[in-house]
Design a protein. Sequence first.
Length: 398
Amino acid sequence: MKASVASRSFVTAAGIVIFSGSVYAANPDQTRARMDKIFGALVSVLPLSLNGAEYEKPANREMVLGRLKDLSDESQSLESHATGNDRTFAFIAGSLAKDARDIHRWYARGSYGESRYLLHNLTENCIACHSRLPEAKVFPAADVFFKDVKVASLPLMERAQLQMATRQFDAALQTYEELFKSSGSRTSEIVMMDGFVDYLKICIRVKQEVARPIPILEGMLKRPDLPKFASLQLSQWIASLRKLSKRHDKAGFELPSARKLISDAQRASEFPMDRGRLVDFIYASRLLNSYIQKKDPGAAALEKRFSPATVQSPRPDLAEAYYLLGVTESMIGRSYWLSQTEFYLETAVRSAPHSKYADKAFAFLEEQVLVEFSGSSGTNVPEDMQKTLDDLRKLMKR
């Protein structure tokens, strides 16, 4: 389910300003200054973008163009700054930078509709980043970023997205739970909502309150409008949540624990895209994200490792972790704007090109691409994606 133009815009503004707790903690002064500039650009153009006529008005063009240029420049700086972090964050920062760059370019060309559309979808980068890891202990207060937005008047789904993008996780959970209890939504629609997956991710990955969804799901099981497929899924999710809530995972064993969880979930699934094990895959991704945050030397180190002048050992453990993240993301990913599955699989290959995990990741990636870009007119893989596949194939043969 997509949010409205207005709500997505304000979600974007707040979300980008507090984009990543990990980077903010790494260089607080430098990052805060950069974020302030990004926010300054956004608060100038977002209100205008809510009204197409104002966004396109000739009298506003010089100001909007200048602020979009600031947004693009500062986002590129953030992307460069992100290479010292794990590659997932670097990937998301890169996506943000590309979107900001394209927003400016489309506006400069006079393609105002395309520019507005991109501006209102930047929030996907924020949500993807914020829902990966446990809640940060320190981050900027969000209230100031949307003090002029009447949050209570927003539809529940859009309100929850705003709260999630601004790291108000407790408020987001309360809003989601209000939505799920509402008689205004059919249970079949709730179970299939993007927000339902986001809710489970916050509980399991961010707040680490694995048992919290159980009463909500049990309440939904009692509703008379619950279809059979949803009843089966909810029952499986409740069973998984009860079991997983009793786990005490040992530090340093995240990778083997995730491996077993995924293997067990795959064996228990009745067909490839069986959503009955959704909770297990989310929990496994929590372990894998934790492992990668601690073990991944960062994008900059990866580039150095594979430079002609440098000979370093590959990292088959990271290759496996990223491969397994690709597997989990293929089951739990819900963003049409930011697809992380392909990124994880590509990163698995680049982490250890001659490992068995590289072979598995490449095979899965190749399958994903062919399925995605095949249709009644045949298979038409985009040039950039085909180049990626060709480059990875060469890397594996080196």
